[in-house]
Design a protein around this ligand. Structure first.
Ligand code: PEP
Ligand code: CO
Length: 449
């Protein structure tokens, strides 16, 4: 915690990508109401996550952060949450089996509702309207009324986040994540595919190990880690009135914690040293992610890290690298060198999604699977040659059988995109592509083992 810092000091700085609320008294009423709403997470859990993350700094853990680009009110269904949870669990098993280290499961879930946009306006024909900024702020419908920011949407987003988190907790601690049920984790539509049978083969090996361990007296009745898992939640700390309302003093330590998510990250567009987002994140005790894109200034990045992590604690900072498959080989090595020269403790995580977005011929915003794969591969290779540890992956995915990213073993083509293109913002990997990617990453992890 910094002296003089409060959850409101960001207001004296420039806050980029904030909506223009017309009715300030309504905004005030809503933020006052939010300050009294129950937390989604507890400070003790946040400390536990930070402790687990500290292991990803030097090779004793691996961070899997995955989930929606933008959660939406329309795509809210317990089955969607279940399927995303299930695929993240499958990916985690694939990764930890290969690496032999614990995989930290961190959802982009239960609060990921606000989006920075490349343009403040959207044009269709002759009509120009404010851009859609995420369901927490305005509506995706293309009419003037729908695009007006409405503070009440923050309450609706909180309620959806709360019930999402409630279900995630039930899955994580109520038996659904029990390793002895691993054979049933394969989703029906993935079962018949190559990824499905690869996963089945892995599940069989794990079941064999579990049988053996059971014979030795170690089983899900006496070892908690076999029957349940820690599952954490995260979102971009973008909409600052919302984040400030969920920032509270922890009675155990007297420190400020954001209780709307275990981990928050600062986007590539809002990570400037003098900006409101860095100021806000510098005072909370949660682990913080910083997106690092091609426009990064190395000296500024170091200042940002030092401002947020004064004590250079391990597990506090995750650098989420999103350079694009073409630029990463040139841009990442100098950053690794300058961070290592400054002796800063960071987790190196790879976001192969955000700088590999393109427009398909059909007009859909998409990402090509082989470019995603190529960025991940370069990320691991660069870390190997720099002697640093590739400690995490950051993905936009869903457990649904969507057609938003092109390629993969399913060979999704441009003309398939229109079949099931449901995202409210960026194109996500579907369940099959996510598992395929996890097996690829597993093969890189195995190499560095
Ligand atoms: C995101 O993660 O959804 C996002 C907007 O990423 P970035 O800040 O890296 O562009
Ligand atoms: Co996105």
């Amino acid at each position: 915690m910094k002296e003089n810092w409060t959850p409101q000091t960001w207001k004296s700085k420039e806050a980029l990508h904030q909506p223009n609320y017309e009715d300030i008294s309504k905004l005030k009423k809503v933020t006052n109401q939010m300050k009294k709403l129950p937390p989604l997470v507890f400070a003790g859990e946040v400390r536990e996550l930070k402790c687990e993350l500290s292991k990803c700094v030097d090779g004793k853990g691996f961070l899997l952060q995955a989930g929606d680009c933008a959660e939406s009110f329309a795509e809210f269904h317990p089955n969607y949450i279940r399927d995303t949870f299930r695929v993240i669990m499958q990916m985690a098993v694939i990764l930890s089996f290969a690496s032999g280290v614990p995989v930290i499961k961190l959802g982009r879930l239960a609060g990921q509702f606000a989006k920075p946009r490349s343009s403040p306006v959207e044009k269709k024909g002759n009509l120009e309207l404010p851009s859609y900024l995420g369901d927490m702020i305005n509506s995706i419908d293309f009419n003037k009324k729908a695009r007006e920011p409405d503070p009440e949407r923050m309450i609706k987003a909180y309620n959806q986040a709360a019930s999402t988190q409630n279900l995630l907790r039930a899955f994580a601690y109520g038996g659904y994540a029990d390793l002895s049920t691993i054979q049933s984790w394969n989703l029906d539509f993935v079962k018949k595919s190559k990824q499905g049978s690869n996963f089945k083969a892995l599940a069989n090996r794990i079941s064999e190990c579990l049988n053996f361990m059971n014979a030795c007296g170690v089983n899900n009745h006496n070892v908690r880690q076999l029957s349940e898992t820690n599952f954490y939640i995260s979102h971009e700390a973008l909409l600052l009135p919302y984040e400030a309302a969920f920032t509270r003093i922890d009675s155990t330590t007297g420190h400020w914690y954001n209780v709307g998510a275990h981990m928050l990250w600062i986007g590539d567009r809002t990570r400037n040293i003098n900006g409101a987002h860095v100021e806000f994140c510098s005072g909370i005790s949660n682990p913080i992610g910083i997106k690092v894109g091609p426009s990064i200034d190395q000296q500024e990045l170091i200042r940002v890290i030092k401002k947020i992590n004064k004590k250079n604690e391990k597990g506090k900072i995750t650098l989420i690298i999103r350079m694009g498959s073409k630029k990463i080989t040139k841009t990442l090595p100098p950053i690794i060198r300058s961070i290592s020269r400054s002796k800063l403790n960071v987790i190196w995580s790879c976001d192969p999604m955000h700088a590999n977005t393109e427009k398909a011929k059909s007009g859909y915003k998409t990402r090509v699977f082989k470019n995603i794969l190529s960025e991940v591969k370069s990320f691991f290779k660069i870390h190997e040659s720099e002697g640093s540890y590739a400690g995490g992956i950051h993905l936009e995915m869903t457990g649904q059988n969507v057609t938003e990213c092109m390629g993969g073993m399913q060979k999704i083509s441009d003309k398939d995109l229109s079949n099931r293109y449901h995202t409210h913002c960026d194109p996500r990997l579907n369940a099959s592509q996510s598992i395929e990617l996890a097996f690829q990453i597993a093969s890189y992890l195995k190499k560095i083992k």
